[in-house]
Design a protein around this ligand. Structure first.
Ligand SMILES: Cc1cc2nc3c(=O)[nH]c(=O)nc-3n(C[C@H](O)[C@H](O)[C@H](O)COP(=O)(O)O)c2cc1C
Length: 143
């Protein structure tokens, strides 16, 4: 976990303001609360609640980088988890206002995603939804 969090901290963020706030949910109480806010914990023993501080994130001309920054941090952590052999899933099936209420987050702390971390059940066959990829011609245009 330390290594995963450390790699997250190396992520680029706008102006290097590092607005991310990460809550490591591991206690029985925190995991019960997680199950209140999403059906997608999948029995993971650890969940990262990745948030962003809207008061810290870079903003300009009506744009705030708070969500992008936190997503880059989350992506770094997922890649490091994979690197370490830890399975993970990015979860956005939650109501942000409800997350704030359940975890008592201040107004400026915006939940961006959850990352369920653990080891997939040995009987897990994989979900075809997770492996299908569009051909590059559909998603990339050379100009
Ligand atoms: C923004 C975002 C939201 C997602 N939300 C959920 C979710 O709420 N529940 C879930 O089971 N998977 C969720 N996923 C996981 C995707 O379904 C999964 O990443 C995709 O199917 C590709 O599979 P892979 O990550 O195993 O390669 C989400 C992924 C992203 C990027």
């Amino acid at each position: 976990m330390e290594q995963i969090l450390k790699i997250g901290s190396l992520a680029p963020t706008a102006k290097n303001l590092q607005p991310q706030q990460i809550y490591v949910l591991q206690s029985a109480e925190a995991l019960n609360k997680t199950d209140e806010i999403t059906p997608c914990r999948y029995n993971a023993p650890s969940v990262l609640l990745v948030c962003s501080d809207k008061n810290i994130a870079w903003s300009d001309d009506g744009y705030s980088s708070y969500e992008t920054d936190a997503c880059i941090v989350a992506t770094h952590m997922i890649l490091e988890a994979t690197n370490l052999g830890v399975d993970s899933i990015w979860v956005r099936k939650f109501n942000a206002a409800n997350v704030k209420k359940v975890f008592g987050l201040p107004e400026n702390i915006q939940p961006v995603c959850l990352i369920s971390l653990g080891y997939a059940d040995e009987s897990y066959q994989g979900n075809p939804l997770h492996t299908k990829r569009k051909p590059l011609e559909e998603t990339v245009k050379f100009m």
